[in-house]
Design a binder for this molecule. Sequence first.
Ligand code: SF4
Length: 385
Amino acid sequence: MKDSDILMDTSILYRCTQKYYDKCLEAYDINFSHLPILIQIYEHEGIAMNRLADMCGYDKGTITKSIQKLMQSNYVAMASDEADKRVKRLYTTDQTKGMIAQLYMVRKDWWEHLTQDMEEADITAFSRIQSKLCENARSFDDVKRGSLKLFEMQKVSFRDYPGNLACVLYTGGCNFRCPFCKNSNLVYVSEGQNEISGDTIYSYLSKRAGLIDCVTLSGGEPLMHELRPFLSKLHDLGYRIKLDTNGAYPAYLKELVRNGYVDYVAMDVKNGWTRYGESAGRDDLDFHLIQESIDFLKQGLVPYEFRTTIVKELHEKSDLLEMKELLRGAKKCVLQVFEDNGQIIQSGLHPVNMDTMRTFQAILAESVACVQIKEGKERDGMCMK
Ligand code: SF4
């Protein structure tokens, strides 16, 4: 089959499905685009609007318009979360509950029409392949990556890569603006900021091959850069590679892991989903991308850890309860005690006390195999700028 046939078939399937649903749903004053949303709310009563957008793969504007329409037609009601008024929770109305069974039948009839004359095994195979195609489509990564720019180098660290002596390299630029970020100079990169040349780094690492075990790529966000040629060279020198990432580029992360470019991943998990955007300094954050990176790492293709910097103003028990669900089944999570090094992005933030850290640790330990608390400075050893 030619690619053009697949595109055409997908287009026909979409348009015919839309036509069918629009016609059947006309009597209910909703259309094709509203049905999956309504069903998701019915099956997850009280779901947060942001969470619904992530599940359905909608942007904020689209989901807001659809919810407004469903509310106008008295199918959905919205209520503020009792603990956090900013979180909008969605419920179906009695009107929806009275007719949803008919909508399930509308959906079922169309599926039966589409799959008529097909073998059960073919239908199962199609469903599996369709899910995979959707996963691949959602992970489409159209980011244009620049050449690698390194601004800082910590020559030796005893604490960065578990059980190893590491050299830590810091890339410049980040797509997040976490209020508690201690590397604001790598987020707000100044015009005059000096880069460290690749040759300088390569020369240093060539001489230490066998003495230092591994190299950590940190930042900033390393996945905003084209890393592959540089990582290949480091592997050729015998270094293992640890990657620090904020998890916003799952497609690239998967590629690097699956092709053996990285040997260990430490991913920041900033918060539960309700306050994720706030904690990343990005109101428009597509949380689905974060979820995708978490789910991928949990598969365990490489050793990994999740890390969360706990900040009094950003983390409460309810947030940790959400994180407990996000990380369920993970092998390791490190809770870092927030420290203000005088360079953080937003002033006026504070650490929580140790009792609270231990309470949070206990919450996560209900779903994560190993939860550690890390105190003290993250950078040790010698630093070169
Ligand atoms: S803490 Fe946040 S803003 Fe700072 S480098 Fe990491 S992801 Fe970027």
